[in-house]
Design a protein. Structure first.
Length: 270
């Protein structure tokens, strides 16, 4: 059973990415109730400290007694500065559900960096209502700062923690995503005959004829796996769409014209 924790006197600062309220919901406002999944992540300038790490449920205790989800891929959180973020697009079964009242909000601005890492916050503007699409800021020295989401402080916090079963389900889903790849290339890369959905085949992921998208941490080289979808990418005006491909059993791949698209799940033993 999920446990519910109330922290009426705890004030928790959390980061909310701009895409969260830019996509849906209204931007945060002081005095309103905000809810979502609470996560912790390593941050050089983070102000939170992890006091406990529950490795079974992938959660950490931070900021007094508050709990947040911790991705074990980040390593051991103890003794490292961390920060917390809130998302209402994350639907992980192992998430920590958080609801609180916004007591303060800061619009954040950062230097643009070509990196997937979270940029360093350079400027914080105290606001009562967050702008949905604020303009870039140009500093006196010509430096351009771009919007970097917001930081809100949540009061009257209610947290719903995941169970060990929730965490196990989330780890299994993450592993499946890691092993799921989309392959684009000649059908002959899939073997001598056209595979059917559900068939296990061997594929050389290092074949230069293949364009591979999906996980960046999936195995490489020749692997075995299961075909989840077989199709062909066709243009439909401005957009492209995947058209299912069906072929009689035993159809030679050497006679298939054009590239095929295959959603391929690598076996866990590879």
């Amino acid at each position: 059973m999920n446990s519910v924790f109330r922290a009426d006197v705890l004030r928790v600062p959390v980061h909310v990415d701009a895409f969260e309220y830019g996509c849906c919901r209204t931007p945060p406002r002081v005095g309103e109730t905000l809810s979502g999944q609470l996560s912790a992540y390593p941050a050089p300038n983070g102000r939170a400290v992890a006091t406990h790490w529950d490795r079974v449920r992938d959660v950490v205790v931070v900021v007094g007694e508050a709990v947040a989800r911790w991705d074990p891929a980040h390593g051991d959180p103890l003794g490292r500065p961390i920060a917390m973020s809130l998302s209402w697009h994350d639907n992980s079964p192992a998430g920590v559900e958080a609801t609180g009242v916004i007591s303060s909000a800061h619009q954040l601005f950062c230097k643009p960096v070509p990196s997937p890492e979270r940029p360093r916050v350079e400027l914080r503007q105290l606001v009562t209502a967050v702008e949905k699409f604020p303009a870039d800021l140009i500093q006196d020295d010509g430096t351009v700062l771009v919007p970097g989401g917001v930081e809100v402080v949540l009061d009257e916090l209610v947290l719903v923690e995941p169970t060990a079963a929730d965490a196990a389900q989330a780890r299994a889903a993450a592993d499946l995503r890691r092993r799921t790849l989309t392959l684009m290339g000649p059908a002959i890369c899939m073997g001598t005959v056209v595979p059917y959905e559900g068939e296990r085949v061997r594929v050389d992921l290092d074949d230069d004829r293949l364009t591979i998208s999906g996980s960046t941490s999936a195995p490489t080289g020749t692997v075995t796996g299961t075909v989840r979808q077989l199709g062909r990418l066709e243009s439909n005006g401005t957009f492209s769409m995947v058209v299912p491909v069906s072929a009689p059993a035993g159809t030679p791949t050497v006679g298939v014209v054009g590239d095929v698209l295959v959603v391929f799940v690598v076996d866990p033993t590879n």
